[in-house]
Design a protein around this ligand. Structure first.
Ligand code: AP5
Length: 197
């Protein structure tokens, strides 16, 4: 069973500004009367993780053992497919998750991509120095401190992951730069691609 709506998956390393860029794009879609639902994958994972494992903080999800993360991820993919059925939806998520042990976990493995059947993947990127700065001034979250080398590596791994998803699903891929102080421009760019679907 697959999703018959138009699913757009937006990913990028934590703190790159995915949610900010999506919110900027949604201002344009609203003005044009487009109906788009946004679903935050991490929020759906939190619902499941609090039911099954009493997890209280979204920043603790990536610290769970990898097998538990995969179990929650699979259920989240199914719930999101159900909630987005027949609608145009943006799924705010991650192409890879760096876990507590330092390994990369695929964010959209086949059990998620088969359920969601995305039409478009959007990878949000910027330079590692700016990501590091954004993480440090965002006190609302328990963000990981990663050095520039590791942030660069994570962005490279995300590109490979995104390509793999495209190969499996036939989804298109676009990379949007979220330059420092220009989240509005990145939002306009995202809007342009949403409109073209
Ligand atoms: P999630 O809730 O997605 O957390 P996150 O990774 O921290 O993502 P955020 O949404 O908080 O960061 P963001 O990149 O959207 O940045 P933001 O716009 O806030 O995920 C929670 C957890 O769920 C994950 O850690 C993982 O464990 C799990 N999860 C999710 N999907 C999964 C999956 N598929 N499989 C397995 N696990 C999964 O911006 C950050 C800051 O930067 C803000 O202060 C903002 O104002 C600022 N900013 C943004 N843009 C700019 C700009 N252009 N210039 C200057 N400042 C900017």
């Amino acid at each position: 069973m697959g999703n018959e709506g138009k699913i757009v998956i937006v990913g990028g390393v934590p703190g790159v500004g995915k949610t900010t860029v999506i919110n900027n794009a949604l201002e344009h879609t609203k003005a044009e009367g487009m109906k788009i639902t946004t679903i935050i994958f991490g929020t759906v994972m939190m619902e499941i993780a609090s039911e099954l494992f009493n997890v209280q903080d979204r920043d603790n999800l990536r610290k769970l053992p990898e097998n538990k993360q995969k179990l929650i991820q699979k259920e989240a993919g199914l719930r999101i497919a159900e909630r987005s059925w027949g609608r145009m939806s943006i799924v705010d998520t991650h192409f890879t998750i760096k876990t507590k042990t330092g390994v990369y976990l695929q964010g959209i493995p086949s059990w998620v991509s088969n359920a969601l059947k995305p039409k478009l993947l959007v990878l949000i990127e910027t330079n590692p120095e700016d990501i590091s700065k954004r993480r440090s001034y965002d006190d609302s979250r328990l963000r990981d401190k990663e050095n520039i080398y590791h942030l660069k590596e994570h962005q490279e791994v995300n590109r490979t992951s995104a390509i793999t998803i495209c190969q499996k699903t036939g989804a298109l891929l676009v990379i949007i730069k979220n330059k420092q102080g220009h989240a509005d421009k990145a939002g306009e760019n995202l809007f342009k691609y949403l409109k073209s679907l």
